[in-house]
Design a protein around this ligand. Structure first.
Ligand code: ATP
Length: 292
């Protein structure tokens, strides 16, 4: 029997860094949004013990270091279910190392599938706890939709869904090291912070203009000069009619928000002439029925 789940990518409508914690991590405040760009994750229980991961990208880890395998191991530790042999297959659609939580989302899909198979009574909180031990974006990826993520990203508050819109995502051909970017941040020196409470109000009012107006990622403030392409994609998106444009997570993927499909499709086509990874997407609402 093969069990499948889509593993949706996320975008950061906002990303704020509030403080550096004594444990070296940062306290964050982020408004997250899932989009209909998804990896396909398939899990098949098998007789033979252990977890085997296959992926359609040769450079992804196939051993226990794959986030999907880590999630499976953590599920069996947390649930008390005796570890089963598993084949996990991943068809990668989310750009890797883009700031779109691709690996976390694969891990979250594995957790959702394993709960479905082995522990349907497991409460959401416990599944999210298992996810948090794998990575701080995993609990959000388990539930998806529009949510406020706080602390390291694992404390979640569901939010009203973003109103219908189109999202153009473009990833330049560079990768940014997340630890390197965090190392650039001196919280007191950040010049600007997102208006997160204004963003929450705008979501409540279903005011797309107000939402677009408040899209902001503090990492842009500390982005080293060699990633200037991020800013040129942002200005291209704005020039092509986006209501707002921002880097997502620790980048380098950038997205633009459009009200109309036609202008979004034209922007995506124009950017495709210059960049290999350009996607036209929709927002996705919370997708695990347990979290609705
Ligand atoms: P985030 O937005 O959570 O910071 P990201 O989008 O920047 O994540 P990922 O695509 O999740 O980054 O990949 C980060 C690293 O994790 C890569 O070095 C990759 O090799 C490794 N990795 C392990 N498992 C996976 C997986 N299932 N999918 C993608 N990357 C994986």
């Amino acid at each position: 029997m093969v069990y499948t789940e889509p593993a949706y990518a996320k975008l950061n409508l906002t990303l704020d860094i509030l403080s550096k914690r004594p444990d070296g991590y940062h306290d964050l405040r982020m408004v997250m949004q899932s989009i209909d760009l998804a990896d396909e994750v398939a899990v098949s229980p098998r007789e033979e013990a252990g977890c085997r991961v296959t992926a359609d990208l040769p450079y992804l880890p196939r051993d226990g270091s794959n986030i999907a395998a880590k999630a499976a191991a953590r599920f069996f530790e947390t649930s008390g279910v005796s570890p089963a042999g598993l084949d996990i297959g991943i068809r990668k659609r989310i750009p890797v190392c883009a700031g779109m939580a691709g690996g976390s989302s694969d891990g979250a899909a594995v957790l959702r599938i394993l709960r479905r198979i082995y522990a349907p009574e497991m409460p959401d909180g416990k599944l999210e706890e298992a996810g948090a031990a794998v990575g701080s974006d995993v609990p959000y990826c388990i539930r998806g939709g529009t949510a406020l993520a706080e602390d390291r990203g694992e404390r979640l508050t569901p939010l009203p869904p973003i109103p219908p819109c189109w999202l153009v995502v473009c990833k330049p051909p560079c990768s940014i090291s997340t630890p390197e970017l965090f190392a650039q941040v001196q919280v007191k020196k950040l010049r600007c912070h997102p208006d997160t409470s204004g963003m929450l109000d705008a979501l409540k009012q279903q005011d797309l203009e107000g939402i677009a107006h408040r899209v902001y990622n503090v990492f842009e403030d500390v982005l080293p000069r060699r990633y200037a392409e991020v800013f040129s994609i942002k200005s291209d998106l704005l020039g092509l009619g986006a209501m707002a444009a921002s880097m997502t997570g620790s980048g380098p993927a950038v997205f633009g928000i459009f009200r109309e499909q036609e202008s979004a499709a034209q922007a995506a086509e124009a950017l495709s002439a210059q960049y290999p990874v350009v996607r036209l997407c929709h927002p996705v609402q919370a997708f695990s029925e347990n979290f609705l």
